[in-house]
Design a protein around this ligand. Structure first.
Ligand code: PHE
Length: 469
């Protein structure tokens, strides 16, 4: 039991905060990159199947676990998991969840800090007059790939610290006064910016402003399903990994947010609203900006090559240059919108990663919100420094693989067993439907009991035996 008596200000605020938790850099940067790395359209069918049979069930499981734990005054993953399990071991699995959040926050906030810096550079017009190589070289120097004057990425460190300070400050303002307020401003802005850029992505015509392809080339590349890939385990693994990451499941984050839902309030519909909002942003907006614009100007082969050699860098290495093709003013506006959108997407997610730690320090040690927030900022800073300093040695990718992919599957597997088999599916199902504002399809009782845990087990085994890309 804790001294922690916070709650969400309103239902809209809760849904926006949860959607903000899910909508993140994953939607705009990771999803397109995963799709390109897995052969474009090959990715789409496994992705949608994973959403239906693992994503949705896990959302319901996590929301209901959170509300259940909150009833006993528990707002941190270890305690929430502990209220349902009958063995002390479960508490440690919850601790593992907190750890994953911190490890993901460490590399995630680093990209978030790039977006902040790129907003500033877009305003300053830094990219005007640069060619594509110039923009790519700017990024390489920024993260200190190859030659750099000081040997350390000074500007990157400054923005990283700034970004963490901002996160810490907002977290210390609490749930309704901090996180919810940021989501209420950030999410609508992000959607407006995203719609504008997606419109631009949809209307590229070859020959106009230096474009070499119509937008349909990029869109077809992403959306034409390739049925032969349905037999490739790596594509399935990548799809499952993306679903976990984008929905923020498998880390205990959703549990903590949901633990502040009042015990009689609906969760089934709220979970679907936030989950589907995430999918809308990912498959409609996320898929219509980076890839169609990049392919429109650079072609499929060049984009594939850039992605294979640098993953997340694409958005930073090419788009600032492509935007300048639209003219100085529109280019600057597009730059601010794109990196601003990424920043809002990022911060509403990294704040969510802070809550399990915050809840734990308040639950377990009765720490104040402020101390909990500052300690989070400090740990993330220490843990994140290796990714900042040794980015070019692949440290970042290691974090993303172990913390951002494997750990999520492990935690999700554990919690689905806990929910359906230890707590018991009958009790669990009652939790999901109690107070519900929608009729949850009965088939999901079966899916949650058998299909989801089994598939998670397959994914887990698959991840163990498949060589890391
Ligand atoms: N879902 C977020 C994204 O797509 C990432 C995230 C993972 C956020 C886990 C919170 C917890 O970027």
């Amino acid at each position: 039991m804790s001294a922690n008596k916070e709650s969400w200000g309103s239902r809209v605020g809760l849904i926006l905060a949860m959607a903000g938790n899910a909508v993140g850099l994953g939607n705009f940067l990771r999803f397109p990159v995963q799709a390109v790395q897995n052969g474009g359209g090959a990715f789409i069918i496994p992705y949608l199947v994973c959403f239906l049979v693992m994503g949705i069930p896990l959302l319901w499981i996590e929301w209901s676990m959170g509300r259940f734990g909150g009833r006993f005054g528990n707002h941190s993953t270890p305690y929430i998991v502990d209220t349902m399990g009958k063995h002390r071991l479960w508490k440690y699995i919850g601790v593992f969840g907190i750890w994953t959040n911190i490890a993901v926050a460490a590399y995630y906030c680093y990209i978030e800090s790039w977006t902040l810096s790129y907003v500033v550079h877009s305003v300053l017009g830094t990219f005007n007059g640069m060619d594509q190589e110039g923009v790519a070289a700017f990024f390489n120097t920024y993260v200190s790939i190859g030659e750099s004057t000081l040997g350390i990425p000074l500007e990157a460190i400054v923005f990283y610290v700034l970004c963490l300070l901002l996160n810490t400050w907002i977290l210390s303002k609490g749930l309704a006064g901090g996180v919810e307020r940021v989501a209420k401003i950030g999410m609508p802005l992000l959607i407006v910016f995203g719609m504008f850029l997606a419109y631009k992505g949809f209307t590229i015509t070859a020959g106009e402003a230096g474009a070499i392809n119509d937008s349909s080339v990029g869109l077809n590349f992403l959306w034409t399903p390739d049925y032969t890939q349905l037999w490739s385990p790596t594509v399935w693994l990548a799809a499952a990994g993306q679903i976990f990451f984008t929905l923020s499941v498998g880390m205990g984050t959703i549990h903590c947010y949901a633990s502040y839902v009042r015990s009689k309030d609906d969760i089934a519909l709220s979970a679907m609203s936030a989950g589907w909002m995430n999918e809308f942003v990912e498959v409609v907006l996320g898929a219509s900006i980076l890839i169609p614009i990049s392919i429109g100007y650079l072609g499929i082969d060049r984009v594939t090559e850039l992605v294979q050699s640098g993953g997340l860098g694409l958005a930073f290495k090419t788009l600032p240059f492509l935007f300048t093709q639209w003219g100085e003013v529109l280019g600057a506006i597009a730059g601010v919108m794109w990196f601003g959108l990424l920043f809002f997407a990022g911060i509403t997610s990294s704040l969510a990663m802070g809550t399990p730690w915050m809840g734990f320090m308040q639950d377990e040690f009765n720490w104040s919100r402020k101390s909990a927030a500052w300690s989070f900022g400090l740990i993330v800073l220490l843990l994140g420094m290796p990714t900042v300093l040794f980015f070019h040695y692949g440290v970042f990718d290691e974090y993303d693989y172990w913390a951002g992919t494997v750990s999520l599957v492990v935690f999700a597997l554990c919690e689905s067993i806990l929910f359906a088999w230890i707590f018991g599916i009958d009790k669990g199902w009652r939790e999901i439907i109690s107070g519900s504002d929608i009729k949850v399809p009965n088939i999901y009782k079966f899916i949650i009991k058998y299909v989801t845990p089994l598939l998670l087990l397959f994914v887990f085994i698959g991840a163990l035996i498949t060589p890391k890309a």
